[in-house]
Design a protein. Structure first.
Length: 95
């Protein structure tokens, strides 16, 4: 089953949950617990919508941006004040 199918199935489950909560609320009244369940269901619905929006469409590979690194040598002025890792500064000697 594809991700889109899974998300659609999840959305249908949330629809059934809303209908069931509505029937239960009709029997027990609008209590604090019912309001909490409705709020939790709304959060789930929002999370599923965000998940659906953040996943790439099926069959479309994610776009990879290539960065070209030139073969020309770097400007030596970039390394003027740098230390060689493990060797210390260029103009000083080890003790």
């Amino acid at each position: 089953m594809s991700l889109k199918d899974e998300l659609t199935d999840l959305q249908q489950c949330l629809d059934r949950l809303d209908r069931t909560v509505g029937r239960v609320a009709a029997e027990v009244g609008d209590s604090l617990e019912i309001r909490r369940i409705r709020t939790d269901a709304a959060h789930l619905r929002e999370s599923v919508a965000l998940l659906g929006a953040s996943t790439p469409a099926a069959g479309v590979p994610p776009r990879v941006e290539l960065i070209t690194i030139p073969d020309a040598p770097y400007d030596s002025a970039l390394w003027t004040d740098s230390d060689d890792e493990g060797l210390g500064a260029r103009d000083r000697h080890a003790p």
